[in-house]
Design a protein around this ligand. Structure first.
Ligand code: BEZ
Ligand code: FE
Length: 293
């Protein structure tokens, strides 16, 4: 068959599939399905996908479905490692030098975290180097936001979140409310790099393409306040070698890389806490929330 005829046959199929969505009553759904069809068929023809490769893709998606349950979401993980989660966040949270950038939510947030007072400790027994975190929450006019809810969660220094242990512990997570002047402060743990869950098909794919599952060290934040857009973000640790190697889910934004300043054990802690001679660190995160749309 001539190349032209082959191209015509392939294009005729794309046109038929696009047309099949033509009478969708929801205009947005129609746009999404027609565009998906065009891009999917472009991809298939670009790589000249073989039937064997199609079988492997179906097996991959089937395995992702089988490992997914209410605690494990392999499809979000796939979206994360393809950069699709981060691209969706970037598109929907346009860059604005004045407001704090967003990043991926990740699978380890829990509703109903313990509430701690200002200056309290989120570690709840999770191991790691004590780290004093302080900062403020303001709106784009610079007005301090009193009573904003600040949720924080992180892995321990073995690289695991509490929910990855089988013993129902709650550790390395808490929420607190900003002070009357919009400030917050709490004890956490200096974040360490850890791998995303990589014992499933997404991990196998990363290994096959020689990519690391490790995330740059980070501390998660979710900040909510009346009439302001909820911010989901992290702070990253300046100097973390994983920042150079790359974050497995592409979550790093330069503005979110903070100095975690190592303190000598003899340096008095900000709240007088006795750390029994342990070294500790401190970091600052000043947050600017966007008005609600
Ligand atoms: C996390 O940071 O907790 C995370 C984000 C994306 C995928 C897996 C883990
Ligand atoms: Fe995380």
């Amino acid at each position: 068959m001539s190349e032209d005829l082959q191209t015509q046959r392939e294009q005729a199929l794309v046109d038929r599939v696009v047309d099949s969505f033509g009478s969708a009553p929801d205009a947005r759904l129609k746009q999404i399905m027609q565009s998906l069809t065009v891009h999917l068929h472009d991809f298939l023809r670009d790589v000249r996908l073989t039937e064997d490769e199609w079988d492997k893709a179906i097996a991959f998606l089937t395995a992702a479905g089988h490992i997914t349950d209410d605690r494990r979401q392999e499809f979000i993980l796939l979206s994360d490692v393809l950069g699709a989660s981060m691209q969706t966040i970037i598109m929907n949270n346009p860059a604005d030098a004045d407001t704090t950038e967003s990043t991926v939510f990740g699978p380890f947030f829990l509703e109903d975290s313990p509430e701690i007072p200002l200056g309290g400790d989120i570690s709840g027994g999770a191991t790691g180097q004590p780290c004093w975190i302080e900062g403020s929450v303001v709106d784009t006019a610079g007005t301090p936001i009193a009573g904003a809810r600040v949720e924080v969660w992180e892995a321990d220094d073995d690289g695991f979140y509490d929910v990855q242990y089988d013993d129902d512990r709650i550790a390395g997570r808490a929420h607190l409310h900003t002070d009357t002047d919009g400030s917050f402060r709490f004890w956490a743990l200096t974040p360490t790099p850890y791998p995303i869950p990589h014992d499933g098909p997404v991990g196998a794919m990363l290994a096959a393409v020689n990519r690391s599952p490790v995330r740059a060290a980070h501390l998660h934040f979710m900040v909510t306040a009346d009439n302001l857009r909820t911010l989901v973000t992290h702070i990253f640790v300046k100097g973390d070698p994983q920042l150079e190697i790359g974050d497995s889910v592409f979550g790093v934004q330069d503005s979110l890389i903070k100095d975690f300043i190592q303190q000598d054990p003899s340096t008095p802690t900000p709240d007088g806490r006795n750390l029994n001679g342990q070294p500790w660190a401190r970091a600052r995160f000043d947050i600017v929330l966007t008005p609600q749309d």
